[in-house]
Design a protein around this ligand. Structure first.
Ligand SMILES: [Zn+2]
Ligand SMILES: [Zn+2]
Length: 145
């Protein structure tokens, strides 16, 4: 599995990328920025070491936008697909939207982050680990959520 790579692209196909497995983690983010950027109840992200990630085509079609003081999101200028998120606190890794991969990766989503910011109209998998708080990644008890 470690030598396997998985490709992905935006909706229109102008931006293409690949990732060499293994990934670091995969989980759903319930923060309000992710919801608006994707027009979705939550967004499923895959985190990968930068050394295992490459943009294969369409780098000039990527629009980068600072979505907070510690994060830069990028999307395809032509079709609007949200693609990547780069965070200053994890400079050696990159967040990639799971939905843009062409095939399966090496793990299923295993937790919900920023869970205390979730919307109440989105069905939730109770089996996944729930994280929240200021960083969005702190363990939270069911009663606080
Ligand atoms: Zn596109
Ligand atoms: Zn988020």
């Amino acid at each position: 599995m470690p030598n396997e790579s998985v490709t992905g692209s935006c909706f229109c196909g102008q931006v293409g990328f690949h990732v060499d497995l293994p990934t670091e983690w995969c989980g759903h983010c319930h923060c309000s920025m992710c919801r608006r950027a994707h027009g979705a109840g939550y967004v499923t992200w895959v985190v990968v070491k930068r050394a295992q990630f490459a943009i294969d085509r369409g780098e000039d079609q990527l629009e980068r936008f600072a979505s907070s003081d510690h994060g830069v999101r990028s999307f395809c200028k032509r079709c609007g697909s949200s693609l990547f998120c780069e965070l200053s606190e994890q400079p050696d890794s990159i967040d990639i939207v799971l939905a843009n991969f062409d095939g399966p990766i090496d793990r299923p989503p295993s937790f919900d982050i920023h869970f205390d910011n979730r919307v109440d109209w989105m069905p939730i998998d109770p089996a996944l680990l729930k994280l929240g708080g200021t960083s969005g990644m702190e363990p939270i008890k069911e009663d606080d959520a």
